[in-house]
Design a protein around this ligand. Sequence first.
Ligand code: IPE
Ligand code: IPE
Ligand code: MG
Length: 255
Amino acid sequence: MSMSNDDFDPLDGSMPRHVAIIMDGNGRWAEKRLMPRAFGHQAGVKAVRKIVEACAAQKIEVLTLFAFSSENWRRPKEEVSLLMALFMTTLQREVDKLDRNNIRLRFIGDRSLFSEKLQQKMAQGEIQTQNNTALTLVIAANYGGRWDTCQAFQQVIDKMAAGELEPQKITEQLINQHLSTADIPEPDLFIRTGGEQRVSNFMLWQLAYTELYFTPLLWPDFDQQALDAAITSFKGRQRRFGHTGEQILNKLVTL
Ligand code: IPE
Ligand code: IPE
Ligand code: MG
């Protein structure tokens, strides 16, 4: 899989290949029910299961879920611990099921800040499912778009310092190849639940031409019907990538 814009389809009613979701609103969902935020995160895991199933059934190639941002460490210690524990138990419970369903699991983000045990589980889940060919499920954990850019720069600069790369060779494609998403197509459809209309340091580079969709639904309430509504909105849009609408309609350009 390559990431270049050349692979993108313009509007032709086609399905998104890659759907990327900021799963926001778990805390508010619980607070509305006068329950602790933890209850919302647990409900959030159930919504994840449903949406993974729905995406697999719809033959979407890649689903990326933003599970924990590089800024979420700023939350109260108790909430961070709870999220880590939930991450661990969910992995323990779900990897076999993902594997049985031919789903490939991947993680993006800086995993060095997670416990050894969690890092092992993550690596194990990736290895166990690496040859699966249905949906690729990408979990963004301790992920930040700025972190991703920074670690790409680091790799590129290391190569330059080692004399393996000349400065003139730095192109968009080369930067793509060093991002954590190097082998994943760019997201076609971005969904953010929870009503906020911001990107919160999600895939900053990769979202350049992604169609954005915001819904006030809180993540635990986001279901297959809500996903279908987002996909219907996507299908009704004309992606132009800088061209004119006429060029696209008359197929005067190959995207
Ligand atoms: C998203 O829900 C889950 C994570 C960030 C881990 P929130 O916990 O941000 O829920 P709200 O936005 O406070 O309602
Ligand atoms: C974004 O949600 C991160 C995840 C869903 C993992 P946040 O709730 O952290 O975003 P902000 O702080 O409202 O921008
Ligand atoms: Mg939030």
